[in-house]
Design a protein around this ligand. Structure first.
Ligand code: SF4
Ligand code: SF4
Length: 376
């Protein structure tokens, strides 16, 4: 990683771990989350620290496979493996874990996780346009609010909730501003740098401090000298984190730039801002979160609209669509994504993989072939 300004984010996980340990010792609560649909504003408004527990490493998968089927998404197995082996300090420190019924694997995995920790599962509708789906989701947010109050022995006031919504909204604006700097050609950040910054925010115990760091990064990096022009690739599909970034590194090692990521680690949630004309913060939150263009929604035209917009804004030359093995929703949706990208006259590569490195050479050959198709 060449960009010196990224360094403070590279070891953010370890620093935040020490801060969370200290916060726990002083009586602050920690709430583990797994998905972009989880309204972290409610956790912040309860005075607790939200931390991401999404598994991105291969190591704990064999332990998970003792209880879970092998042909399950690696993200679910990794997340469960960390929990069952008690090797993730963030899971260890969590007083409550929040899950959502996003896909079959996760929904059923949370039933097993109940034996390890208090788990609250939000019933996520699989459609984001019908009034009934909206009402269900708003009720689920109210139910979560009550559970947090009970479990953490606190009260979540509307005032504290609005404040948390403002804070998270600011963080998203800065993250979006950072991603948008890569609309420049050549881009200002490598894909791995984008991932490092966006991933590190999942463990922050101090949102205000994180926003200050992001502000500083944006000021500093504008002075960074420009790099070398190269093919500009958009990564879409399943979530990627530090530890499961092999497609990014393979692509960049071949000389291309991952200029943007549409997935959860990237652009999928950066536009989420609440409607401040709504009086009830729960309704404002429900509306905002239901707008996330995840493949667990059916249909999911908003994702295609986002990809189309990103192809234009980031001057994309090719699209890689990454599906983790056994993720049926992203796998099937790749049909629509591929069609859209090909209609734009761009090379499209759909990869199905897991967290191991056994297919790295194969991925390299396929990415190389895709890059050779780019007309420059
Ligand atoms: S891809 Fe969808 S289900 Fe998975 S973490 Fe993101 S929002 Fe949640
Ligand atoms: S990547 Fe797909 S299968 Fe895995 S947890 Fe996310 S939605 Fe579920």
């Amino acid at each position: 990683m060449s960009n010196q300004y990224i360094a403070p984010f590279s070891n953010a996980r370890d620093i935040n771990l020490m801060q969370i340990k200290a916060a726990k010792a002083s009586g602050r609560k920690v709430v583990g989350i797994y998905c972009a649909y989880c309204p972290q504003e409610l956790i912040l408004a309860a005075g607790a620290i939200p931390v991401s527990l999404c598994g991105t490493r291969e190591e704990p998968i064999p332990a998970a496979e003792v209880l879970l089927p092998r042909n399950l998404c690696p993200l679910i197995k990794s997340s469960f493996g960390f929990a069952v082996t008690d090797t993730c300090p963030f899971f260890h420190f969590s007083d409550l874990v929040i899950g959502e019924t996003t896909c079959d694997g996760k929904r059923k995995m949370f039933e097993l996780m109940h034996e390890l920790k208090p788990v609250h599962v939000m019933q996520l509708p699989h459609n984001n346009v019908s009034p009934a789906a909206f009402d269900l989701w708003a009720d689920e947010l109210r139910r979560l609010r009550l559970r947090l109050e009970e479990e953490l022995n606190t009260r979540i006031t509307d005032e504290s909730l609005w404040q948390a919504m403002e804070l998270v909204g600011q963080e998203r604006k800065f993250i979006k501003a950072m991603f948008d700097l890569n609309q420049a050609d050549p881009p200002l950040f490598t894909g791995l740098e984008l991932l490092t910054v966006s991933w590190s925010r999942n463990f922050s115990s101090d949102k205000g401090g994180l926003i200050g760091q992001l502000q500083q990064l944006l000021e500093n990096v504008r002075e960074k000298p420009t790099g070398t022009p190269a093919p500009r690739v958009l990564l879409t599909g399943c979530p990627v984190g530090l530890g499961s970034e092999k497609v990014i590194t393979v692509t960049e090692d071949l000389g291309a730039h991952i200029v943007a990521m549409e997935n959860c680690s990237g652009y999928k949630t950066v536009d989420l801002q609440y409607d401040n004309t709504i009086d009830d913060p729960i309704i404002a939150l429900a509306q905002m979160y239901l707008g996330i263009p995840c493949s667990c929604m059916s249909p999911n035209p908003q994702r295609l609209e986002l990809i189309e917009r990103m192809i234009a804004d980031f001057k994309v030359d090719a699209v890689i669509d990454l599906t983790w093995q056994a993720c049926h929703t992203y796998n099937i949706e790749s049909y629509h994504v591929g069609k859209l990208v090909k209609e734009k006259g761009l090379p499209y590569l759909h990869l199905e993989s897991d967290y191991s490195n056994s297919d790295k050479e194969n991925i390299k050959v396929r990415v190389q072939a895709m890059l050779e198709m780019i007309e420059k």
